[in-house]
Design a protein around this ligand. Structure first.
Ligand code: SF4
Ligand code: SF4
Length: 302
């Protein structure tokens, strides 16, 4: 038979804990006030690491020389760093082809739609809404064309398209659209181009053609003439900080920003501009007022 003590004992224990001082926080509504808000840094000349939180990296574009030492340091840890170049993508077409752009069923419209889809297929509706995704370029208005001598030129990317090289860019963004175009009867032809920084393709069908030009963008950073920077894949990074220790040019730090979750795999890959920018993670929703008061009381009275 259950005794009164056995019934009341657990209730008493539970009641005591209602007012016990909590050692946990209601994250994300409450933050740990003592969390180190300094960046983790390393001074290569002095050989000293400064204490700081090891969250998202901060890349100083003006100091990064593109030496790849951070990438090499990471290779035996997590292979989270990829060195990347910035590219621009242009669609060029004659006036007659430009007049067809936007018309339903026109080969020009179909070709442009498929190429644009190659660059935006990972984007959720949220990203299409306007703010820049950490890695993917947001497509610009296709009708915002520049008049050229031979017709019109449309820059397809709003932000730089980052890739390890032209080959990688084609695999990441253009292979699927090219395959779809060929299956729909288009001729996709690589126009001979001697420059390793540029690729030009001609997409044609039924007498209409569009030229796709991909070329490297120079960010005009004096110490990094090739505009070659690290990107970090936070799906792989273990936040060890070895890349920071390996940088001889004070270009890399780690910040207290640890809120890096994403609903897509590619959302975890931060390009150099995202790494150089301010905190990206969003503020959490505000806490229910009753819970806020209870939390405050428990901390004060516990
Ligand atoms: S902190 Fe991340 S990116 Fe840097 S070396 Fe470690 S695993 Fe690689
Ligand atoms: S961040 Fe530092 S180590 Fe990495 S490429 Fe730039 S200068 Fe070199």
């Amino acid at each position: 038979m259950v005794t009164l003590k056995e019934v009341l004992g657990p209730l008493w224990t539970a009641a005591k804990h209602v007012f016990a001082k909590p050692y946990t926080f209601k994250y994300p509504y409450e933050r740990v006030p003592s969390a180190l808000q300094e960046n983790y840094r390393y001074d290569p000349k002095a050989g000293i690491a400064y204490p700081g939180s090891k969250g998202r990296h901060l890349l100083r574009l003006d100091k990064c020389t593109g030496c790849s030492l951070c990438d090499i340091a990471c290779q035996n840890i997590a292979e989270a760093i990829t060195m990347v170049y910035a590219y621009d993508v242009f669609l060029e077409m004659a006036e007659s082809a430009y007049a067809e752009l936007g018309k339903r069923g026109s080969p020009v419209t179909r070709a442009v739609d498929l190429i644009a889809e190659g660059f935006t297929r990972y984007l959720s509706d949220e990203y299409r809404g306007g703010f820049s995704h950490p890695i993917l370029p947001v497509m610009v208005d296709l009708k915002a064309a520049t008049k050229t001598q031979s017709g019109y030129s449309v820059r397809l990317n709003a932000d730089a398209v980052w890739a390890h090289g032209l080959d990688r860019l084609v695999v990441n963004y253009l292979e699927d659209p090219f395959r779809a175009l060929i299956s729909e009867g288009y001729e996709v032809r690589l126009v001979k181009d001697e420059s390793p920084d540029r690729a030009v393709y001609e997409l044609s069908k039924d007498g209409s053609s569009v030229t796709l030009r991909v070329e490297k963008r120079n960010l005009n950073i004096p110490v990094n003439k090739k505009s070659y920077f690290p990107s970090v894949d936070y799906g792989r990074c273990v936040f060890c900080g070895f890349c920071v220790d390996a940088c001889p040019f004070y270009a890399l730090e780690m910040t207290p920003d640890f809120e890096l979750s994403s609903t897509s795999r590619v959302g975890l890959v931060y390009n150099p501009v995202a790494l150089a920018g301010p905190k990206i993670s969003t503020n959490p929703p505000s806490i229910n007022p009753i819970d806020a008061i209870m939390g405050w009381l428990r901390r004060k009275l516990g």
